[in-house]
Design a protein around this ligand. Structure first.
Ligand code: UD1
Length: 420
């Protein structure tokens, strides 16, 4: 079992460069499986989830070659099967985007029911509703989902809940369907716009991504044969901004799109965290005075991202007064709170809300990474806690953060990895 050992209490200082977006990459790579020609993708993060997805795509027959400049050449033309049932497909949730890609390509797709981080039930009814509207027949048996369509045709699809996954999956399938698909009540996250831009660069006709109505006019051929660069990771950037703020540090976070960070920067300003901003960077400065309590509610974009909720909860522990954190996206995303309490936090949870009383003095303890972002929150807590914190089961963190240890060390953190 791998763990991180952190000796806390050092303010982070310096510059950190943000990698490509995990969630954009996890949509773009399956979308590339739909193409009729090769493509080159730049700025993909080197993280476990991306590497597992490459392995699954290679098992379908795709050629994927990492280049020395960090870009990746993908040739999906040799794909020979509509069955993405590689063992590893059980382990990452985003493998379900292959449903849209293989359905678009073969009018047929077989996959394991998706896994991923555990923060409550994670239904896929909206994906299924959309595929059925487009002419798909869906069967679930023996832990697998099979979608088949004689004709895949454009339709009006109204999503009952705003779902990132369903929006991306349906957008991918619709790119090669016959006619026009309209997704209403679509999610608007930056990585949805990025997957749409990727598809358009490769020859698709997707309009309206970034609004709640996306219109996709299917095309018979997606030629590819060009290069696309993924956007920077909004959540990685937010994690370093919060890590800088909790330690009272001075960190310039480079290679970000400040517009994507607004839900976080607005809240940090409310808490009196010092901020400066340029075209593609955000600098966190030590606060002028003490940090001030704030109320935060997670919502689909442009609301406050649920994937920054655990890290922000750590920051709220250090703010003066009572803060309220309300989790509106996932039903069970406060599992890390008990670990944080063990470190000295004063938090009570009731349903979807955590009441946080601050400022708390955090002290080192042995804690667990319950899921990817909760794990990142434990690291953030360890950076400010007095003494030594050991964060266990950190492989889950490595699914989504490129070179976390290297980047934190370069900012002056005392952190090391133990174990396999
Ligand atoms: C994606 C992100 C994840 C993030 C989440 C919300 C990826 C790989 N993962 O997950 O990190 O936390 O967006 O920003 O991009 N729902 C349904 N039916 C469905 C689908 C979803 O009821 O068919 C519900 C879910 O239970 C949840 C909400 O909709 O309450 C949002 O889920 P969704 O946006 O689909 O999340 P993911 O795409 O799984």
């Amino acid at each position: 079992m791998a763990s991180y050992v952190i000796r806390g209490g050092r303010p982070l200082r310096g510059e950190v460069s943000i990698s490509g977006s995990k969630n954009a990459a996890l949509g773009i790579i399956p979308a590339a499986m739909l193409l009729d020609g090769p493509c080159r993708i730049e700025n993909l993060p080197d993280i476990a989830d991306v590497n597992v997805l490459f392995e699954i795509c290679r098992s379908l027959g795709a050629r994927i070659d990492k280049q020395s400049d960090g870009s990746v050449e993908i040739d999906p033309r040799p794909i020979h099967t509509s069955e993405a049932t590689h063992e590893k497909a059980r382990t990452i949730r985003a493998s379900y985007y292959l449903m849209g890609a293989l359905l678009g390509r073969f009018h047929k797709a077989t996959l394991f029911m998706p896994g991923g981080c555990d923060f409550g039930t994670r239904p896929i009814d909206q994906h299924i509703k959309g595929f059925e509207a487009m002419g798909g027949r869906v069967t679930i048996e023996y832990g697998k989902i099979l979608v088949e369509a004689e004709r895949l045709s454009g339709e009006h699809i109204f999503l009952d809940v705003v779902s990132v996954g369903a929006t991306i999956n349906l957008m991918i399938a619709a790119a090669k369907a016959e006619g026009v698909t309209v997704i209403e009540n679509a999610a608007r996250e930056p990585h949805i716009v990025d997957v749409a831009n990727f598809l358009n660069t490769m020859g698709a006709n997707v309009k309206g991504a970034g609004t709640d109505v996306i219109k996709i006019t299917g095309v018979p051929v997606l030629p590819g044969r060009t290069t696309y660069s993924a956007i920077p990771d909004q959540i990685e950037a937010g994690t370093y901004m919060i890590a800088a703020a909790v330690t009272g540090g001075d960190v310039k976070v480079r290679n970000v799109i400040p517009k994507h960070m607004e839900p976080l920067t607005a809240k940090l300003a409310e808490m009196c965290v010092g901020l400066e901003e340029g075209e593609d960077w955000i600098r966190i400065l030590p606060p002028q005075d003490h940090l001030v309590a704030a109320n935060v509610k997670t919502m689909p974009y442009p609301g406050f991202p649920t994937d920054l909720q655990p890290q922000t909860t750590v920051l709220l522990c250090l703010c003066d007064g009572v803060s309220r954190m309300t989790e509106n996206v996932w039903e069970n995303r406060f599992q890390f709170v008990d670990d944080l309490k063990m470190m000295g936090a004063s938090i009570t949870t009731a349903g979807h809300t955590a009441m946080i009383e601050g400022p708390a003095k955090l002290t080192g303890a042995t804690v667990t990474a319950h899921d990817l972002r909760a794990g990142a929150a434990m690291v953030v807590a360890g950076l400010v806690a007095e003494g030594t914190t050991e964060v266990c089961e950190v492989r889950i963190i490595e699914r989504g953060y490129e070179d976390l240890i290297g980047k934190l060390r370069a900012l002056g953190a005392e952190i090391e990895r133990k174990g396999p």
